[in-house]
Ligand binder design. Structure first.
Ligand SMILES: [Zn+2]
Length: 299
């Protein structure tokens, strides 16, 4: 783990989850807090070596790999924590995350540190258009991956884009990026393409001056997923579970409980787009939800 200056007072600890740091007069704001207490301990050591005092953590969203260091850092430093109104409940009550994925109290296999972080105390809400006063950081709504996800722009014009888009190598490896709200995710990618910043920093990927190609790759990946699901529902009426099975087999992906919960949730959000647009209809005549592509008349 090491600190790298991006520009001015904006720094990054690059890793599987990039951590942003903005420093003003030796006081630091973290943008996300890493995986767990062990990552947080290393982050704190890096800050202390610079003589920086941790004042704030801004969480881009509530996923455990972004908030996992909150509890340790807040306990050690008394730092404040900012998050959007929609994400804050999941950070204060992290058991909601596996519950959201499972749509009910989740089995122990989902209540692990990858999906359920330690709880921490949110001390202010930080939503689209707001500024973290003394530091000048601005929040920007990047809904989709999670409903209340925000990006954070530092006064150096560095825009941290959270999980709104993933590096292309990650898209290729996992194939199905998590989205809680498909339509919002697509709209966010379109909006990002038009945004200007000195540098864009995705949480999982490399900082880049131009993100149009990356945003396009993410959009193509999501719309391919939508096309695939529509095609599966066109072949025969299918349950959500069978749609998932067909999709996983088509793509040659392996499955476990965590993957199942994440992909099932993503598929559900894509199906919502297809149901609400009138492309897919729901039928319950067999005693469960069957999804079918609606056949349009040629006329
Ligand atoms: Zn995430």
């Amino acid at each position: 783990m090491e600190l790298t200056k991006l520009k001015g007072n904006t720094w990054i600890i690059a890793g599987p989850v990039n951590i942003g740091i903005y420093v003003k007069e030796n006081e630091a704001v973290l943008i996300d807090s890493g995986n767990d207490a062990s990552a947080a301990r290393k982050i704190l050591r890096l800050l202390e070596a610079q003589n920086w005092k941790l004042r704030w953590i801004v969480n881009t969203h509530s996923h455990a790999d972004h908030i996992g260091g909150n509890a340790f850092l807040q306990k050690r430093t008394g730092c404040e924590i900012a998050a959007s109104v929609l994400e804050a409940p999941f950070i204060a009550h992290p058991e909601l995350e596996p519950m959201l994925l499972w749509s009910g109290n989740a089995p122990a296999g989902l209540r692990n540190k990858f999906l359920q972080a330690e709880p921490s105390v949110i001390t202010r809400n930080f939503d689209d258009g707001e500024t973290l006063d003394a530091f000048g950081l601005q929040a920007m709504a990047l809904s989709g991956h999670m409903p209340g996800q925000i990006g954070v722009r530092t006064p150096d014009d560095i825009l941290f884009t959270a999980d709104a888009m993933l590096a292309e190598r990650i898209l290729e490896k996992y194939g199905i990026p998590f989205v809680a709200h498909y339509e919002a995710a697509i709209a966010t990618l379109a909006a990002l393409c038009k945004m200007e910043a000195a540098l864009f920093v995705p949480s999982h990927g490399e900082p880049a001056k131009n993100i149009k190609k990356l945003a396009d790759a993410n959009r193509a990946c999501l719309s391919a997923l939508r096309d695939d699901l529509l095609d599966i529902c066109a072949t025969a009426p299918t349950t959500r579970d069978d749609a998932l099975k067909t999709l996983i087999n088509r793509r040659g992906l392996s499955m476990n409980l965590e993957q199942y919960a994440l992909i099932f949730s993503t598929i559900s959000s894509v199906l919502t787009s297809l149901i609400d647009s009138g492309e897919i209809e729901c039928d319950f005549s067999t005693g469960t939800l069957l999804l079918s592509k609606i056949k349009k008349n040629d006329a």
